[in-house]
Design a protein around this ligand. Sequence first.
Ligand code: NAP
Length: 661
Amino acid sequence: MTAVSPRSTPATDGVDDLFWQASYSPISESDAELERVARSAELPVLLVALAAALDDPSILSEELRPPLTPMDTAPVPHGGMTPQQQERAIDVALAGLKRLRDEGITGVGVLSDERRLELLGFLSGGRDEWADMLSHELALAPAHGGKPDWRVEEVAPDREFPVLVVGAGVGGVAAAYRIAQTGLPYVHIEAGEDLGGTWAKNTYPGVRLDTPTFGYSYSFAQRGDWPHQFAEGGEIADYLNEVVDRAGLRDAIEFDTRLSRLRWDDADGVWEATTIDRDGVEKVRRFAAVVSGLGLLDRPHIPEFEGASRFHGDTMHSQEWDHGVDLTGKNVVVIGTGASAYQIVPAIVDQVGSLTVFQRSAPWMLPAPNYHDEVGEVFTWLVDKVPHFAQWFRLWVILTGIEGRAHTVTVEDDWDGAPLSISRKNQELRDYLTSRIEEQLESRPDLLRIAIPGYPPGAKRMLRDNGVWARALLDPKTTVVTSGIARFTETEIIDGEGVGHPADVVIYATGFRPSEFLEAIEVTGRGGVSLHQFWAGNARAYNGITVPGFPNLFLIYGPNVGGVVQGSLHFMIERAAEFAVKSIREVLDRGATGIDVRPEALDRFVDYVDARSRRMAWGQPYVRTWYQNASGRVTAIWPYTNIEYWELTERVDPTDHEFLP
Ligand code: NAP
């Protein structure tokens, strides 16, 4: 092999990616080793990464386009390419890898617009209508992401417009990043002593992502060297800390500072915010706008059980794990079988003396044999040596998640399988997942009898199954109780059949109160109207972001923006932050004090999301899930794709808004 001089440094003007890598390790592997790489790689991703790096779209011939076969449980390898397509793609990829090596290419610059569309068209199987949304996620696209195209000193140099950003979790950090890019002065408060939101608070044993890591990062911080396919909780907390440090956002964060009250001052057109610091000292400050990055799943739900206060042992909610409590050899009771319990139970079963799991409803589990795996050796090689492979892979995860698994949880008219299934496809999924549970628990008919959920797959959040849950239930130390909790005594939990279960430690894995948005904050808007009275237990926000009567208040993770079977949450959160920034720009351009969404625009949005949720498994009247509020309306979920949200948040429609003088 002859040594070659690297190409000149590619153009990277306008890149908005804190993890942008200009140069990658040169390839020195033999042809045989490169063939092994090509044979193990996710082919559409490798092809498109090579086409970008080599600046050669001819690699992406029409015959190699992935059909994007919909995923029923897990992503279909290679987007469903046929075996013939795969063989051909391996040849093409191998030739590309050799060229990368032989031409000494170690970097790739921002794509031309034409190239961007060609490459996205290939990956999306020709779905050109996805191109704009996908470009937002493509670090190599010109003007990718939601970086504001303005700075306050250019558009309103004489205007004082301080912004309050509340919370330093995934939402608040996204908001602070975008606000900082405008040059607007802002104060960023965080109630806790660490940033990271849910990932700082949830430190229970076993905590990790249960969605693929590569779909769980910001478009403006596309980390490539993630160690796990489903990141551990601490890895995400570290990532968020690194994002904040790389972006220079840390110094602006006031930790241990809790927002208690927001009052819109009609006369001055500003928000008066009351905060309380760690010493209980109140501070009142005035802001032109408030951006809330408060999370949905951070207010623990601890059910009231008779006698609970008499209990002598330790108790803790999953989110408030007490690491000072040693579970070794103890009688441990876990209440709940949702996503948190599902991670805790397998993580502690070997340590405890006995484990009693109180199950009210069994979870559906999607097969995920790689759930606890590190990323593979070939993947690591590709991330290291093929320019921007990781970013293309991230894009691929987001792209294949656009439609995701929605087709498996959508109602079929006249289907008569309710309440167990909602469509033929949903019934097929039910049968398949049931057969997996049967395989896992066949030795224990008593467990099998209670392990098959009595609701349709997708009605509640589905969990990732690599066998550890079933193994934990099968452990002789474990008892699963389905008769409910009658009462606590000092030392036992008495179940619904009167049987006592010894308890040294009780773990409440009983979830959160996700429909109580901004619960602990007293918010009064125009004319002194209370936000919580306006909502009356039914939180609603236009695009999930704004509420009529509450000008210049933007919710980043508001009602109806969470995704469960499709879409990227980071995308939704970023778009909300961008919508807030665009709204502020409108206010500045008009010399207005505020922007207030019109009630009819909110009603239209609510009708829009409700209509779709009624067609989904979680919207059925016989289903109870945390996606719904107390009256059964779905307030947690965005039931469409990321594409519709892209369109809704692309511009601030003046006809939907009133501008306050
Ligand atoms: P959850 O899904 O709401 O589960 C709560 C569990 O407690 C359910 O099994 C529920 O039973 C049970 N429960 C509630 N009240 C009860 C009562 N009074 N008596 C007996 N059982 C009761 O909460 P979670 O497990 O904390 O998860 C919440 C969400 O957080 C997840 O859906 C997910 O979005 C997120 N999360 C994500 C991850 C991750 O990505 N790694 C991990 C954990 C959590 P029913 O099902 O019958 O209501």
